[in-house]
Design a protein around this ligand. Structure first.
Ligand SMILES: [Ca+2]
Length: 625
């Protein structure tokens, strides 16, 4: 039975369908007795945590963590217990935002601009703007740090957060906003993002909102206030796990605060709240027996919590849906909910038919509800793990109760997930009896057939999403609204030049700037002059410098005086893998010309010196204030 409240809500949507037009966000609905009732499209709050695995919830049987607010939110939501994302951050975010598998969006990896999502991709906030929504992103972006790839270029009216793969200090630093300005902050990042999101949502506005609150926690570095650390430290965990759980509990606490504030501000009763995480756990810890962690295509790397809680008495709330679903489904589901057309070129599908089904009525074989359910259960859901260059492996595909894994070029695996959630028994065809007289032959033959089908479907689909020639886009100097920051880790080290950390993760810098120097691919359609600021470190007795090799053919020298950068003290609970934040020396020059073209901005050292490090080169148009 549908509740009266739900019926009214459905009526409103139906009415919207009949009268819809762009930017229309409310409509009068005629009810019995000629009473006109003003009804609004629902607000949408999407909360996404970073590196929180499926086991990092007390709801999921983890006795070492307390997550009452996340548990409650998920329990009250339509939950999908087989919900899949990508193995790492940026591809998952691109899929949540676009409804497409990450390779199609360009956001295939996590650093060196391989996380950049194509600017032509339509995102949830871009779609929702057409229905009159105001849109805000608070926290991590990780789909491009320069225009036209930044949050404000991809549909967000407001933004406070960071565009790189991680922010390297939870308590101090410079956040970015929608004007591409650096905003100094000190305090607790988790609290600041919560407060900023709350202020945005509580604004006195007639327009519905779409707020995306993308916490960095519990991504490393392991930093958390004493209050949360102290609560976890007596549970007998390693320092790392103590810190990770404390960070999750700090988010849990803030989610509780946030929902309370929305309730007090009379916003919650018209707000859809969605909760999920972006990949498996960032460490080997409790994960409901699933195989794999962040970065892996197995269940533990990509199966995450997901819940969507409708306002009021929606019949889907409180149900646990066993049907496989994925990040790619969020866009079509939300478009369906607000009655915007769902584009045909999406990989995801709307979950609304499942959510709106009258489960009490039951289904019979052959009726429309039954075939709908079968189509949801037996759909193929793909997971790709891509590095700098495309390979179809490792990857995996779920279909019905089966999981196919392409581990290596010719390494195939098949698991029956219903009885083997831990992926311990590989059923792929070459593991099975081939003698027709073997009593196991019939079962083996079925597995062989499923193996072959899934292998072929995986290969065929992968060929349609693969972009083997994809390169990170050049940095567009024309699209910038303000200075363009050429960060070391977004450039290319040449020759002997290398990064402080091996891979050039977010926030890294060039050390040992060798003879070949380093370069950034850039594009501009207009010849301009710039003021250039270099952030550097020079541990030497005498002056050195960098020489710019712009496409004008005129070398430009910038003298760098000896100056040591300083490591900024941080409150890490455990030693980090990533680089530590530093305070850098700066040197500037004016009147630096770059001609129009698709080119590279190269810098080389005046004299190669192991003590010369480069953090960034900032280009500011000379005529900009
Ligand atoms: Ca992540």
């Amino acid at each position: 039975m549908k509740s009266p409240m739900f019926t009214a809500w459905a009526l409103l949507l139906l009415s919207f369908l009949c009268t819809c037009g762009p930017a229309q966000n409310s409509q009068a609905v005629k009810q019995s007795g000629d009473q006109m009732v003003e009804a609004k499209l629902p607000n949408i709050l999407f909360i996404l945590t970073d590196d929180q695995g499926i086991g990092d919830l007390s709801l999921h049987g983890n006795d070492s963590i307390r997550t009452p607010n996340m548990d409650r939110l998920l329990t009250e939501s339509a939950r999908f217990s087989r919900f899949y994302v990508s193995p790492v951050c940026a591809p998952t975010r691109a899929s949540f935002l676009s409804g497409k598998y990450a390779p199609r969006t360009g956001a295939v990896y996590v650093t060196r601009r391989r996380e950049t999502m194509d600017d032509g991709i339509m995102t949830i906030p871009e779609y929702l703007r057409h229905a009159g929504y105001r849109t805000g992103l608070f926290g991590k972006w990780h789909n491009g740090s320069t225009s036209p790839y930044r949050p404000e270029d991809q549909g967000f009216d407001e933004f406070l957060g960071f565009t790189l793969g991680h922010f390297n200090d939870y308590f101090n630093g410079e956040l970015e906003n929608e004007r591409n300005e650096l905003v100094p902050f000190s305090g607790d990042l988790t609290q600041i993002l919560t407060d900023t999101a709350a202020a945005f949502m509580l604004e006195d506005s007639e327009d519905p909102f779409f707020a995306m609150l993308t916490y960095q926690a519990p991504h490393t570095p392991v930093q958390v206030a004493d209050k949360y650390w102290d609560a976890v430290k007596s549970r007998g965990l390693t320092d790392y796990n103590t810190g990770i759980y404390a960070m999750i509990e700090s988010v849990d606490d803030r989610i509780g605060q946030l929902l309370d504030r929305l309730e007090r501000g009379s916003k919650l009763d018209n707000t859809i709240v969605i909760f999920s995480t972006d990949n498996g756990p960032n460490g080997d810890r409790y994960r409901m027996g699933l195989k794999g962690t962040k970065g892996q295509v197995d269940e533990g790397g990509v199966r995450v919590p997901f819940g969507i809680r409708f306002p009021g008495e929606h019949p889907a709330n409180g149900n646990d849906f066993q049907y496989p679903a994925a990040h790619i489904d969020l866009v079509p589901t939300l478009l369906d909910i607000v009655d915007l057309p769902v584009p045909e070129n999406l990989d995801g599908r709307s979950l609304l038919p499942l959510l709106n089904l009258d489960w009490g009525a039951g289904t019979s074989p052959g009726d429309p509800a039954d075939s709908m359910l079968r189509s949801f259960f037996f759909r193929d859901i793909f997971v790709f793990k891509q590095g700098f260059h495309f390979k179809p492996y490792p990857g995996s595909m779920r279909s019905g109760p089966y999981l196919y894994v392409l581990r290596g070029e010719e390494e195939h695996e098949l698991y029956a997930l219903r009885r083997d959630t831990a992926q311990e028994n590989n059923l792929y065809d070459n593991q099975l009896p081939r003698d027709v007289n073997d009593p196991e032959w019939e079962a083996a033959d079925l597995m062989r057939s499923i193996s072959n089908d899934m292998r072929e479907r995986y290969a065929a689909f992968t060929a349609t999403v693969a972009r083997p020639d994809l390169v990170a886009p050049p940095i567009d100097l024309d699209a910038a609204n303000g200075p363009v920051r050429l960060l070391a880790h977004e450039g290319e080290p040449l020759g002997e030049t290398r990064f402080m950390g091996e891979y050039g993760w977010a926030n890294d810098w060039f050390v040992y700037l060798g003879l070949q120097g380093a370069g950034w691919p850039i594009v501009t359609r207009k010849t301009r002059t710039y003021d250039v600021t270099v952030r550097y470190h020079l541990d030497a007795d005498t002056d050195n410098g960098v020489v710019f090799l712009p496409n004008t053919g005129r070398k430009v020298k910038l003298t760098l005086k000896p100056a040591l950068s300083e490591e900024i003290p941080v409150a890490d609970r455990t030693k980090r893998k990533e680089v530590y934040p530093r305070r850098w020396a700066e040197a500037t020059l004016s009147g630096f010309e770059i001609k129009e073209g698709n080119t590279s901005l190269r810098i080389v050292p005046l004299k190669p010196h192991p003590g010369l490090w480069i953090k960034s080169v900032t280009l500011k148009r000379a005529n900009l204030k």
